[in-house]
Ligand binder design. Structure first.
Ligand code: NZQ
Ligand code: ZN
Length: 392
């Protein structure tokens, strides 16, 4: 196991009774001027918007609506302007990962005088300035933005979608599984795939004898494999929504990445797809993951870990490692397909290879894939995975 330092200061309030009882106090701790950030119509339709305003009655609320999926730098620029002009004390983000991601960078941009895109290109700058505190109410289980320092921001003009880490995770995150009852089946599926992918990115790793981490990941994988289909079928099943929510949080709050060696692979490949084509992150991951696993299995050194994945996650009883590894790939593909979203690039509107060269180049560079990936990928290998994703 590698050396590590772990620190996570997010105060998690999980369950159904915290928001009404505690939101006002949690916000008041930081001040009266609140930047209320949210996405499209979902929180208005569900009644959460009115509920929040009622709970914060008396405070000076400035709204930043319209943060889109794959949040755009323009929303961050608008948030920066509002935060500066209104002397904001605290940000309240209500929504999924996109809203929370944008809010984290707005929290830094409040104290930055240039264009916030600088803060995405060079995250180090965020460590040299103050930050606004962030409180969030999560409405979708997927990214784990609710308990990590990450943000992923898109610049549509340059076709760039970059992840960036800041100094702070949210100060307080309210995780009420019932708020995810209204998440549509396709988005539930995409979110579940995102959770599963975060776990794969950290499981397929070359650190030896890190059973503590591997065992936790196997348990979390089993949870998402079991509960995603239930939540898709029964959107108001509390156990399903609660397990998905806590699994998502645990999958990327840092704990199950500790002691690992490798960096991530499928996410850099997917971020190129959503940068160029604005597709749903989890769907892109679902299309790429089986093709990436297939590529990994060409390398004989990956077989023992895939065999362990087969036995411990998919309950495959098979003595021969190579056969077990093949079954694991098959089970993974079947489970992803069963979630019900598109499984090829043309089905999500990526009908030709015109951008593959550019995307592969950028993925290799931003993901450091020739150096840090579990199975190293050069540009040709990335294009191979994209091409295999064009066909069933
Ligand atoms: O905009 P509204 O109307 O709220 O609708 C949203 C949006 O259309 C809807 N939604 C959210 N909660 C809902 C709901 N609909 C009904 N009922 C609810 N309760 O869902 C749609 C997608 O929302 P979004 O926030 O975009 O989804 P998600 O949480 O999956 O976030 C995706 C973004 O996070 C990034 C992705 O790249 C993508 O940009 N990631 C962030 C990470 C991080 N911060 O650590 C890591 C991830 O790997 C990921 O890259
Ligand atoms: Zn993800």
């Amino acid at each position: 196991m590698e050396n590590f330092r772990f620190h996570n200061a997010t105060d998690i309030r999980f369950g159904t009774d915290h928001i009404d009882n505690e939101l006002n106090d949690a916000v008041s701790k930081f001040g009266n001027n609140v930047l209320f950030v949210y996405g499209g119509q979902s929180i208005k339709k569900s009644g959460l918007y009115d509920r929040v305003l009622k709970l914060l009655a008396g405070k000076n609320i400035v709204e930043l609506p319209g943060v889109e999926p794959n949040p755009k730098i323009e929303s961050v620029r608008e948030g920066q302007r509002l935060a500066k002009e209104n002397d904001i004390d605290v940000i309240l983000a209500v929504g999924g990962g996109s809203v929370i991601d944008a809010s984290k960078v707005i929290g830094s941009a409040r104290y930055y005088d240039g264009d916030p895109w600088d803060l995405v290109l060079d995250g180090q700058k965020r460590f040299e300035i103050d930050q606004l505190p962030l409180i969030d109410i999560l409405t979708l289980s997927a990214t784990e933005s609710e308990m990590n320092v990450g943000s992923v921001i898109t610049n549509p003009e340059t076709h760039q979608k970059f992840g960036v880490g800041g100094p702070n995770s949210p100060a307080v995150s309210f995780l009420d599984p019932t708020l995810t009852y209204t998440v549509p089946a396709r988005q539930t599926a995409a979110g579940s795939m995102d959770i599963f992918s975060h776990l794969c990115e950290q499981y397929f790793d070359r650190a030896e004898n890190n059973d503590a981490t591997k065992g936790m990941i196997e348990g979390l994988m089993k949870s998402v494999i079991k509960w995603a289909p239930v939540a898709i079928k029964e959107p108001e099943n509390y156990d399903a929504r609660a397990n998905l929510m806590w699994t998502a949080t645990m999958a990327l709050n840092g704990i199950v990445g500790e002691g690992n060696v490798n960096d991530w692979t499928v996410h850099p490949l997917e971020h190129e797809l959503s940068a160029f084509y604005d597709i749903t992150h989890g769907v892109g991951l679902g299309i790429l993951t089986p093709r990436w696993m297939h590529y990994c299995l060409r390398d004989q050194t990956t077989i023992p870990l895939f065999a362990r994945f087969a036995r411990n996650v998919w309950n495959i009883q098979e003595d021969d490692d190579t056969t077990a590894a093949g079954f694991a790939l098959q089970s993974t593909r079947e489970w992803i397909t069963s979630l019900g979203f598109e499984m090829t690039l043309p089905e999500v509107g990526i009908e030709d290879e015109v951008h593959f060269d550019e995307m592969a180049k950028s993925a290799v560079k931003t993901g450091n894939l020739t150096k840090d990936a579990y199975v190293k990928l050069d540009e040709d290998a990335v294009k191979d995975i994209y091409r295999n994703s064009m066909i069933k």
